[in-house]
Write a protein that binds this ligand. Structure first.
Ligand code: PLP
Length: 391
């Protein structure tokens, strides 16, 4: 079956966070991480069937829904998770906040590597825990963990490592060796490892042999200190269904998480469960088509930037539909504002931590023609800026 990712879908007037930000202005929204595509037909059909039932009372996860998650973990990653390890939530952001509450006391520290998805930076403070942010380093156009800096930053009162795998915004798929280093570090410093794997099914370089590694699968010792967080929301474009899950093998970690979630995570949206089951059971052909399309968008972006926007730099990325562009060579004070004035709404890198200052993040989960229009607007703005500077 062929899937259409090219036809633009009108999202204005649907309460879209992404589009409403620029209501009434000619600015293409390329910021928050959702895609301008329809969800897989199987998901839409399952939601329609659920709606037709017509009763939307409090909903608990059925055995079938939990089994769909367990089967997904086994079939896609070979991960033999037990149904009782699955802990549902409304989203990874609440889950990250709950994890900070569960595994550290007020005043204790939580470590993460920047630039990173902004809620990683706010979660510790929301819970009155301390954030320690250690920049990743760029070595030979590849983003890496900075081990000496991490060792220097960790303190005796650090309790948690927040890991983003694959990494938003730099698009790295961490290798098993890198993840093993993270796990060893957590073991050495007795940290709970929160592994946000929401982008795991968006590995663009799969044909080149790049594979996502589920952190908890590195071994029983790693699994025993790891809380995995996942959702179909990025891959199948259903974040509005607000349904996510954790995989927590260790009973103590699981109970601590559930206690910290009391009164905060209540029943999950009935449509969320219907959507998750349909996505995992029937969404694979659509996902494969999506990956091919996104790969095409990424390669289009690479080519455009290298030929027509060489002032921007991009390190090779293997996953996600979020490109991390180094705009420090542009010579403008605030690159996000500069491009917004040119009609393209990007995410300001400074929101991803101090290490992101001077960068912008571009969401290319959209029809290719729109991506081309956005890049053309950006190119025009850069050329005009250079011309003005020379006058
Ligand atoms: C790394 C990461 N974690 C979590 C989320 C959001 O998760 P949720 O919508 O389930 O709260 C995003 C969204 O972009 C993300 O990139």
């Amino acid at each position: 079956m062929a899937f259409d990712f090219d036809t633009p879908i009108e999202r204005r007037g649907t309460g879209s966070l992404k589009w409403d930000k620029y209501q009434g202005r000619d600015i293409l929204p390329m910021w928050v991480a959702d895609m301008d595509f329809l969800s897989p037909p199987a998901v839409i059909e399952a939601l329609r069937a659920r709606a037709e039932h017509g009763v939307f009372g409090y909903t608990s996860p059925t055995e079938e829904v939990t089994q769909a998650v367990v089967d997904y973990l086994r079939e896609r990653y070979g991960y033999a998770a037990k149904p009782e390890w699955i802990v549902w939530s409304h989203g990874l952001v609440p889950a990250l906040n709950i994890a900070c509450r569960a595994y550290a006391e007020p005043g204790e520290a939580i470590l993460t590597c920047t630039p990173v998805y902004p809620p990683f930076l706010s979660a510790p403070g929301n819970m009155e825990r301390r954030l320690i942010a250690v920049p990743l380093r760029l070595a030979d156009a590849r983003w890496e963990f900075d081990w000496p800096a991490l060792e220097a930053a960790v303190t005796a009162s650090t309790r948690v490592f927040l890991l983003c795998s694959p990494h938003n915004p730099v698009g790295r798929v961490w290798t098993p060796e890198e993840l093993r280093q993270v796990a060893d570090f957590c073991k050495r410093h007795d940290l709970v490892l929160i592994s946000d794997e929401i982008h795991c099914d968006l590995v663009l370089d799969e044909p080149a042999g790049v594979k996502h590694t589920v952190t908890a699968m590195l071994g029983p010792d790693v699994e025993a200190r790891t809380v995995t967080q996942m959702a179909p929301s990025k891959t199948y474009n259903v974040p509005g269904l607000a349904c996510a899950f954790g995989v927590i093998a260790d009973p103590e970690l699981r109970v601590d998480f559930q206690h910290a979630a009391r009164g905060l995570v209540t029943e999950i949206n009935a449509f969320g469960f219907a959507g998750i089951a349909a996505a995992f059971r029937h969404g694979e052909p659509w996902r494969q088509a999506l990956l091919t399309y996104l790969r095409g968008n990424r390669d289009f972006l690479y080519k455009f930037v290298s030929e027509r926007l060489p002032e921007l730099k991009i390190a090779p990325m293997s996953a996600t539909y979020l490109a991390w562009l180094d705009a420090r060579g542009l010579g403008v004070k605030n690159a996000a504002r500069f491009f917004e004035e040119a009609g393209v709404g990007l995410s300001d890198g400074a929101l991803f931590g101090e290490a992101g200052r001077g960068f912008v993040r571009l969401n290319f989960g959209c029809p290719r023609a729109r991506l081309e229009e956005a890049l053309t607007r950006m190119e025009r703005a850069v050329r005009n800026n250079i011309k003005v500077a020379m006058e």
